[in-house]
Design a protein around this ligand. Sequence first.
Ligand code: GLU
Length: 449
Amino acid sequence: MTAHSSPVVRFAPSPTGYLHIGNARPALLNFLYALNHGGRFVLRLDDTDRVRSTQEYADAVSEDLAWLGIEPDVFVRQSDRLALYDDAAEVLRAKGLLYPCYETPDELDRRRKRQLARGKPPIYDRAALSLTAEQRAAFEAEGRKPHWRFLLTHRTVGWTDLSRGLIEVDTATLSDPVLVRGDGTYLYTFTSVVDDLDLGITHVIRGEDHITNTAVQISLIDALDGVVPAFAHTNLLTTASGEGLSKRLGHLSLRGLREQGIEAMAVASLAVLVGSAEAVRPVASLEELAKLVDLARLSHAPAKFDEAELAGLNAKLLHGFSYGAVQKRLRLLGVEGGETFWLAVRGNLERLADAREWWQVVEGPIDPIIEDHAFTARAADLLPPEPWNATTWKSWTEALKAATGVGGRALFMPLRLALTAHDHGPELAALLPLIGGVKAAARLRGERA
Ligand code: GLU
């Protein structure tokens, strides 16, 4: 079997908050990679932190991904897989690669400070490795519970990162990582490796904040006799001022953006294309977006997320939507008028819900704004008989111009204010037939209609 012939990727959030646009990036990069290569996408909830993980956040992860258009092929949660971690820990213990340590956090802290004071890197000194059986028994008698560290083989661990090329880390510069806490719970680095092996993950695509974990994880994979997957460490999204995005930034959460009326594809387009080799632009479908992803051509610098850019993408996306793409959602908004209405107003929308405002203008009643009664009453008199179409506006305003000698803005603005009660908006040529003769005449005469 050729390795990686059919990729298996995963997105592995902790359900300790709502997903935000920064999480959308790895979620999408993985999903689109699978889409491009005929692979499978695993959603794994890293929920071993029982205090901070909640069912509500877990449900929200799936909902928010579904909103983006991501339906996982496989779904697992780490809290269901504890036996697997127990077994893997036993394998490491049997090989002498997982050793018990009894230092308290305070002791470790003091030791680190002493090392730093002597100008040494604060690396764990492996003191616990040389404890005798009696010393261990004495600690246990005191009531101390051991935490367990993985014995790194000091060497250079390298991998060819699909985004960054060759990366090498000397594991002698790292502390032996704690894999099991004193209370018996496992740390992410360990559970992640065990799961990646068990689920046959071929490509680990994640943020560059995990680069140092990778050297440890490769060492662990080797210790467990696993096949090392391909890694891609992608640039992170930061706020416009350069701070990391955190799960606590509520308004940038995917559900916050959805509630604000931002289109899923606007979020996806920005989350994927910002900081890539492609210009940021609105892309209408994940299939199309998938074709634009090239992990090897992502920038290596953090990418800035700009809310104004998202709003702009959202508007552009809406302006290009066909009626079929929004028909159902318009109905839910109480907007009727069919395709003619949609084509008349879409170019003026920033959010889909803005269509309601223009539907109200078409449907009425609205209070017209009349600046010059005589002028708009004259305009009402000159309205041609129905049926009206897209050319009615032109022939009517030409007739009005000929009759009054008024042209340009002085002609159009009073008509717009009277017919729509707005000083801006969609083309009147398109709106006029939708408003219709009865309402148009009434509004031009200053009546609420
Ligand atoms: N739960 C980890 C995180 O959210 C997963 C990282 C990974 O992709 O390995 O950071």
